[in-house]
Design a binder for this molecule. Structure first.
Ligand code: PMP
Length: 438
């Protein structure tokens, strides 16, 4: 059933029909199809600053920001100028280039990593980091947490087996048991489960990978000291600690999630994955870390990894321009805008009597439609999904584009000015009322 909408969506509906004929589900990444919330996915024609415009001419304040990358908003004039200039010199050479060195230097200067290798998606970054960890340690098992998403890497599309500290089963058809069976899936924020897994499999574990602060089950901040505990436990067991900062990198804070914990507490992950913001809206991602580990990568070392478009000059130019513009002012603006929206959402939902809890890590936040704090995936799954669906559509009808799933972070940018924020605030009370009666 399609939720009714006051907006005209005829062109989006027509395009969605065409798309479904030639593309599975009509989309190139599943959540875009609105499967969780129903209704017509909006085909976006253009974007400027904080706003999206669809093919029917409807405008929306964008609270997804391309699922994180658009830290400076859409079509930022300086990023755009840098990209346009770069394009005039050709778009891909398959040789080393200047912007990739400069972007690598920027990443090394701004994070814990000593060396970095560029790839084209977050998936490639985590896949390569795991291969490198296995190559470096000579071990095969990996640990991940339930509810953490690291891209569609076979070994990471695994679901927990029955019982704690057992080997996982495939999370989707197409993943071989032999691949998922090398993964151990544990509940997030659960130190005892981590300790038990290392006690059982310690000398076989190549690495533990975690979202630096999970954003893919909604925002579930690491309990104080949890990341430090993971880093230390890995070290004691000769395993590598991989912090996935694809979403949090240059987003949760200027230094990513690491800026909120590791940099303050004085520890470093062995490997880190990046994506989203560092590509400035282009397909660029990276993995990096300890120099001795990264040196195992080809051509310096024996662990193979490569890419035709890796370090692409346009993508790295966009990423470099974005990071250079991502100053303290940008993060303080996004922090303030987030505080305003969080407070207004809490007020509207409370007034309407809708159970909710708002969680954040740095500037990243999300609203859970349940009344108690969420520390792991099973608690995130207790949400009132019909309430979120009603809330989502009421916001969309009023020109606010939220993530089309209750399990996602809300993203802001430095382009979310007073007018855009006011537009969100104006929509919230009616959306909260809609959620109340869902
Ligand atoms: N890791 C994390 C933490 C992510 O949020 C994502 C994407 N949402 C990925 C990895 C995969 O990145 P990509 O979609 O670019 O493959």
């Amino acid at each position: 059933t399609s939720p009714s909408t006051q907006l005209s969506t005829a062109r989006s509906a027509e395009l969605f029909d065409r798309a479904r004929t030639v593309t599975p589900g009509g989309v190139n990444s599943p959540v875009r199809a609105f499967n969780a919330v129903g209704g017509t996915p909006r085909f976006i024609r253009s974007a400027q600053g904080a706003w999206l415009t669809d093919v029917d001419g409807n405008a929306y304040v964008d609270l997804i920001c391309s699922w994180g990358p658009m830290l400076l908003g859409h079509a930022h004039p300086e990023v755009q100028a840098a990209v346009l200039e770069a394009v005039t010199r050709g778009t891909s050479y398959g040789t080393p280039t200047v912007p990739e060195v400069e972007l690598a230097e920027e990443l090394v200067a701004r994070t814990s990593v000593e060396k970095v290798r560029f790839v084209s998606s977050g998936t490639e970054a985590t896949m390569s980091a795991i291969r490198l960890a296995r190559g470096f340690t000579g071990r095969e098992l990996i640990i991940k947490f339930s509810g953490c998403y690291h891209g569609h890497v076979d070994a990471l599309l695994a679901s927990a087996g029955s019982g704690l500290a057992t080997l996982a089963v495939p999370g989707t058809p197409g993943v071989p048991e032999s691949s998922a069976g090398l993964t151990i899936v544990l509940p997030y924020n659960d130190r005892a489960a981590v300790t038990a897994a290392f006690a059982e499999f310690g000398d076989r574990i190549a690495c533990l990978i975690t979202e630096a602060a999970p954003g893919n089950m909604g925002v579930v901040p690491p309990a104080p000291g949890f990341n430090a505990f993971l880093a230390e436990t890995c070290k004691q067991n000769g395993a590598l600690f991989i912090s996935d900062e694809v979403m949090t990198g240059f987003r949760a804070s200027k230094l990513g999630q690491w800026g909120l914990d590791g940099a303050v507490e004085g520890w470093k992950p062995d490997l880190v994955t990046f994506g989203k913001v560092m590509g400035g809206g282009f397909p660029a991602a990276a993995f990096g870390g300890r120099a001795d580990v990264m040196s195992q990568l080809s051509p310096e070392g024996p662990v193979y990894q490569a890419g035709t478009l890796s370090g692409n000059p346009i993508a790295t130019t966009a990423g470099l321009a974005t990071l250079r513009l991502a100053t303290d002012d940008v993060y303080s603006h996004i922090t303030t805008a987030g505080e305003t929206i969080k407070a207004a959402a809490a007020e509207a939902l409370t007034k309407a009597g809708v159970p909710h809890v708002i969680q954040a890590s740095g500037t990243m936040f999300s609203v859970f439609f349940k009344d108690t704090a969420v520390t792991n995936f099973s608690e995130a799954s207790e949400q009132d999904l019909p309430a979120y669906t009603a809330f989502f559509h009421a916001m969309l009808d009023r020109g606010v584009y939220l993530p089309p799933s209750a399990y996602e972070a809300w993203f802001l940018s430095s382009a979310h000015d007073d007018r855009a924020i006011q537009h969100v605030l104006d929509a919230l009370p009616a959306a909260a009322e809609a959620a109340a009666v869902a």
